[in-house]
Design a protein around this ligand. Sequence first.
Ligand code: ZN
Ligand code: ZN
Length: 363
Amino acid sequence: MNAEQRLAALRRTLAADGLPAMLVTGVSNMRYLTGFQEVFDDGINAACLVTAEHARFYTDARYAEAARAAAEGTPWTVRGESRQMYVEICRELQSEGVTELGLESSVPYGRFKFISEQFVGSVRVLDGTVERLRQVKEAAEVERIAEAARITDEAFEHILGFIRAGRTEREVALELEFWMRRNGSEGVAFAPIVASGPNSSRPHATVTDRRIEPGDFVTLDFGACVDGYRADMTRTVAVGRVDGEKREVYEAVLEANRAGIDAVRGGVLAKEVHEVARAVLERAGLADRFTHGLGHGVGLDIHELPTLNAESRDQLRTGSVVTVEPGVYLEGAFGVRIEDSVVVEEAGCRVLTRSPKGLIELE
Ligand code: ZN
Ligand code: ZN
């Protein structure tokens, strides 16, 4: 990562907005700007202040040593003894004559109020300033997501041998997690979703102790994480043989996934990609059962910019990593979702998650 380049890009944005200072407090945004990895617990004990002249990283004594080591050779100055971090920041800004400060919209209200009261000047709420910089990935970032996708694919291959009638969703989710962590994933990209039978009609089902039954669809939505970068993939597999309707829905969702992937390229509007996939489901009479957006950006966070849905105004940019995840949900019966993570390229995209997508009927 190049802290200097990222900081320069943020400064250009602030200058274009006529803003002399910004306080970055979102954990992933701080990590993106500084490259510091170990020092964020819940994001309360760190903040990054960026002005035209200064780039300061504030944290407390617990993290000071690690932060100083990480800051070597970067433009960041570490203030590692902050006890009253926000008081100190506001005081320094005042002594430097800064009278306007940008805060991220994610700042909790109590903290926002405190800073507004401490700061002598006006406060501006910023939405997505650093997030927009993050949406175009550097080659090294794409490599990490690709590595996370590779582990995800291997985990899928492994889990196919583990899933069978009688296993519970929780057993499958734990096996997925253990396997990924044993094989190079730091934690998991997000708590895996394992939704079987009727539970699969809930797009973001929570894992239960339900035992998988013959004839079930099992939806597995999961991903590995490498150096903070996440992969996101969904596969739906059948346990035993599945009947006509389930097959038809599966094939329609698969066609929508493929059509969506074919529509991804640099410069296209995200909502157009969503529409291409939705149109496939429309033709199958299933569009009203496709109840969410087609996808989202993925990187340091599992859900980031751009957003692929009907309302999106985002344009896909070369170098973004996005998901394509059409799903059809028949309440109380079953659901099917098929999701891949892809890198947007000028003339198309490169699919990072490579697990098989044809209907698998496990013995
Ligand atoms: Zn997913
Ligand atoms: Zn997703």
